[in-house]
Ligand binder design. Sequence first.
Ligand SMILES: [Mg+2]
Length: 207
Amino acid sequence: MKRVLILDLDNTIYPVSSIAQYLFNKFFFLLNQEAGIDSSALIRSKDELIRRPFHDVADEFSFSPELRNKGIEILNNLTCDEILVPFSDYHHIRKSALDKFLVTTGFTKLQYSKVKQLGIENDFKEIHIVDPEVSPKTKLDIFKELMDKYNYQATEVLVIGDDPQSEIRAAIALGIDTFLYDPDNKYPEAKTTYRGDSLEKVLVVIS
Ligand SMILES: [Mg+2]
């Protein structure tokens, strides 16, 4: 019997594509305020930058140290000030009476601003941002800490997310059941306990 849901944020509760352009423009504007930084590598990497962590893209596209450092400095302070809208099926999760936790990876201020703009902060017992700039802790570490703190058994927990290499993998390593939210069927081969193209299905698998 499940009594706990742990959710990812990006592309699990709302579509990143809905704010990618806005955030990129804001980031790009702030970067161009800085004199002497060649941002051509940034423009070339735009499509990747929208989808993947900044550090990874910076390595792959050989960003200069100035571009890399300034980019991280800006991202550390970037916030989302647009109103965000959760996926239309998120309300099924919201109305569930189980204990719910949000565990998301990214820059702390930016992730919190998204939570605020989505209006979901009161849906969760605790919200954790895994920010590599702040701490070496991973999602797996946070899952373990939550289980210890609240005395949850692995069998009582369900982790819900869109990334087989992130929260899904961490949960499997801890013996926790997983729900891969994959509305576009991007990962038909991925290892997961459950999968679905709608968050409504989560209520079915936990019932
Ligand atoms: Mg995600």
